[in-house]
Design a protein around this ligand. Structure first.
Ligand SMILES: [Zn+2]
Length: 252
């Protein structure tokens, strides 16, 4: 990215951490510049006006100045606060998962992707509006994989190319899709997937969100969908994600 001296950026605050004595380092996903890090000077002081705009999940307009190292936030203005996402522990866990996935998959200052920005805002809004969190999360994962170029192949067997038959199948993490029972052999990157779970994953993959909302799988299928997506995502990231564990712990 070309570093002009100062520019406006529409962004979602992913998270932040303390920086030096009084400052805060803020991780952002911006509409036009991808993921960025920026420092909010004095944001930890009692009367900082900026701090309120820079809470996790907040949709903001920022004025950023280029500096050696992270950008400097010179102005901040909230578009949408998403306050309920910080006030309800279950919602906080779900929103943290949405944000963490993006944080882990995308490096700083990669090319911007407005579709991902839109998906991020829409997913946070759906959580805030009380949509079923499992639906919001599974739909988000499926679309994010599309936009990142990791769309799983769920229509045909990756080995023999035959269309997937209505029976239980296998899913390959390293190849990113379905392997039919005839082609499968025991392998650590391969796990079974039931016909029912595959049916819903395929439905999510081809549907707009409004259609996906009509899905109503039973609890067992929802759990298997979640586990399969975690298996694939973890495979892609080569390490575990923190927030699904957090969500499971607070659900108990
Ligand atoms: Zn096959």
């Amino acid at each position: 990215m070309k570093r002009s001296r100062s520019f406006r950026a529409e962004a979602v605050v992913l998270n932040h951490k303390d920086w030096g004595e009084a400052d805060r380092l803020v991780f952002l996903y911006t509409r036009r510049h991808g993921k960025l890090r920026a420092v909010a000077k004095g944001a930890r002081k009692m009367r900082s006006r900026k701090a309120g705009h820079l809470q996790p999940f907040t949709h903001v307009i920022l004025q950023l100045a280029a500096a050696r190292g992270p950008f400097i936030i010179t102005q901040a203005e909230t578009i949408r606060a998403f306050t309920p996402l910080r006030e309800d522990i279950m919602l906080t866990g779900q929103a943290a998962y949405i944000v963490e996935l993006l944080h882990r998959f995308i490096y700083d200052e990669e090319e911007s992707n407005t579709a991902i920005f839109r998906l991020l805002i829409d997913s946070l809004a759906r959580l805030e509006q009380g949509h079923r969190p499992w639906l919001v999360a599974r739909y988000y994962e499926m679309r994010l994989l599309d936009y990142l170029g990791f769309r799983p192949q769920l229509q045909g067997c990756l080995h023999c190319g035959n269309p997937v038959k209505p029976q239980d199948q296998f899913f390959s993490g390293n190849e990113g899709g379905v392997i039919c029972p005839d082609c499968s052999a025991p392998h650590p990157a391969l796990r079974p997937v039931t016909m029912q779970t595959l049916k819903y994953l395929r439905y999510f993959q081809r549907s707009a969100y409004q259609e996906a909302c009509r899905a109503n799988p039973d609890e067992e299928t929802r759990t298997e969908m979640e586990n399969l997506m975690q298996f694939y995502l973890t495979y892609l990231l080569e390490r575990g994600l923190n927030s699904p564990r957090f969500i499971r712990e607070v659900s108990r």
